[in-house]
Design a protein around this ligand. Structure first.
Ligand code: NAI
Length: 346
């Protein structure tokens, strides 16, 4: 735990405020030992500034781990615009945000996250080079690549449990957004049985039609006795209170920070639940956007080869965790520390 704490301090946190244009943004750079901060911009109407700050600090810290474990030369960073993406995200607000990014002088590169779309990235790209995930000479929407990595990760977890095929495997998916929907497509195509939930009723209806998915109430998805629970909505969905109610024996999904507290992964381990650490299984999108910043530009084939390593990394983490009787997220953090500490010594 002492080692974990050593990475808790963020290098820099900026607060950008432009009342006239409606901008209230935080850019958090957690750690740049491996390279400049890279991580998406979230647009979410947090009720208080403190709630937003907590969210963005946790997310930017997670990006440090994600880049390190995926073998990338980037550090951890994340941004939050405290606003409702449907009603407040005006061109004026995005203009003000682009100016904030420019003022950061390339210490932080951004891209898509919840509430921040490819169209927004394209809008920013015309104003600042510090944006990825654009269609303007870039790689576009990272979500399908994230979904592909999660899909491969679910298969790796099943394989670890001796299940070789998705045929007839039951997956409970929380959140049918960009990643969750594509994940459902892939799972359905290989014969998985789906239970789904989303706050968006239209998405639920569509999933019933397209995937013959079973709709589940929001607060019931965790209890579904599925083979896999795939959290693909927001973070903070697993806690000491509800882990005892988990119906699935594997937790593997896209959501960042699904655990309220890192330490609670131990409770999952004790229940015999195999947990695929978030930043390992959901690194596909980051690998995809980072490829845009490579010297030769975006190379899809090389990127997908890196995404194909996600299940290998997970298999290694699962094996080490089992051998050492430790939670999988401790092992994943250790992998990240090894890389960052080695770079520090260079
Ligand atoms: P999204 O915004 O497209 O989808 C989220 C979905 O979850 C929406 O359909 C929303 O209605 C639903 N939702 C929200 N609250 C819910 C709740 N309480 N219960 C059930 N459903 C709820 O977001 P996206 O891009 O699909 O991302 C999903 C998660 O994966 C997020 O946590 C994100 O940070 C993470 N992630 C996404 C990556 C990407 O490439 N898009 C990359 C890495 C992580």
């Amino acid at each position: 735990a002492a080692k974990l704490d050593a990475f808790d301090n963020h290098e820099r946190v900026w607060h950008g405020r432009d009342e006239e244009r409606g901008l209230n943004a935080i850019v958090a750079i957690h750690n740049t030992v491996l390279g400049p901060g890279l991580g998406g911009t979230r647009v979410w109407p947090h009720e208080t500034f403190e709630a937003g700050l907590t969210d963005v600090l946790r997310l930017s810290r997670g990006m440090t781990f994600k880049s390190a474990v995926a073998g990338m030369d980037f550090g951890g960073g994340k941004a939050l615009i405290i606003a409702n993406s449907k009603t407040d995200k005006t061109p004026a607000l995005l203009e003000a945000y682009a100016e904030m990014l420019m003022a950061l002088n390339g210490q932080y590169f951004t891209g898509e996250d919840v509430g921040f779309t490819v169209a927004d990235a394209d809008f920013l790209r015309k104003r600042t080079p510090n944006v990825t995930g654009t269609t303007v000479g870039g790689s576009g929407n990272p979500s399908p690549v994230t979904a592909h990595g999660v899909f491969l990760g679910i298969k790796a977890a099943l394989k670890h449990r001796g299940i070789a095929t998705l045929d007839g495997v039951h997956v409970a998916v929380q959140g049918l957004g960009s990643v969750g929907w594509t994940l459902c497509q892939k799972l359905h195509a290989e014969g998985a049985r789906l239970s789904v939930t989303d706050i968006d009723a239209a998405r639920m209806e569509e999933a019933q039609k397209v995937f013959k998915a079973t709709p589940v109430a929001l607060d019931a998805i965790l209890k579904v006795e599925a083979d896999v629970f795939a959290p693909c909505a927001l973070g903070g969905v697993l806690s000491a209170e509800n882990i005892p109610m988990l119906g699935a024996k594997i937790v593997a999904g896209a959501a960042n920070n699904p655990l309220v507290r890192h330490e609670d992964a131990r409770l999952m381990m004790e229940r015999g639940v195999l947990y695929a650490p978030d930043y390992v299984i959901n690194a596909g999108g980051l690998l995809n956007v980072a490829a845009e910043l490579a010297p030769g530009g975006y190379d899809r084939e090389a990127t997908m080869a890196k995404v194909a390593k996600i299940p290998e990394t997970l298999a290694d983490i699962f094996a080490r965790a089992e051998a050492q009787k430790r939670p999988t997220n401790d092992i994943a953090a250790e992998l990240a520390f090894e890389r960052i500490n080695a770079a520090r010594r260079d």
